[in-house]
Write a protein that binds this ligand. Structure first.
Ligand SMILES: Nc1nc2c(c(=O)[nH]1)N=C([C@H](O)[C@@H](O)CO)CN2
Length: 117
């Protein structure tokens, strides 16, 4: 299957289980990979037939930055559902990194894959 991907999408989120994390924004980085048949877009050369990675990235950033959450699992799930429902995508892989979470590790994160029936 063809793919559209976005790597290193940066957001500034209120994210974490600790009190200070609800007041101080910190970066969450997203890698997104979507199934998308490219043939119609390639034939028409029209953005209307493409999965618009610009619109998709802006929507993800807006969702993530809109409200505080405790777990990166929650964010990953919400992002996956947004992409499936708002962008007519049938399968998405969402990887979330929280690079400032631990001083003893370069980064931590979760990765999920979700499909629409
Ligand atoms: N599986 C998870 N473990 C932890 C999370 C999380 O979101 N998912 N969050 C934290 C804290 O917020 C931590 O990142 C603060 O440094 C701990 N474990």
């Amino acid at each position: 299957m063809d793919k559209v991907f976005v790597t290193g999408l940066r957001t500034d989120a209120l994210i974490g289980v600790y009190e200070w994390e609800h007041e101080q924004r910190q970066p969450l980085l997203f890698d997104l990979e979507m199934d998308w048949d490219q043939r119609a877009a390639a034939a028409s050369d029209a953005i209307a037939d493409a999965l618009d990675y610009d619109a998709l990235s802006q929507a993800v950033k807006q969702l993530v930055e809109a409200r505080p959450r405790q777990l990166i699992e929650t964010v990953a799930e919400e992002v996956a559902q947004l992409i499936l429902t708002e962008f007519s995508v049938t399968r998405v892989c969402v990887r979330v990194e929280k690079p400032q979470a631990l001083t003893i590790a370069t980064t931590v994160g979760v990765q999920i894959e979700r499909s629409r029936p």
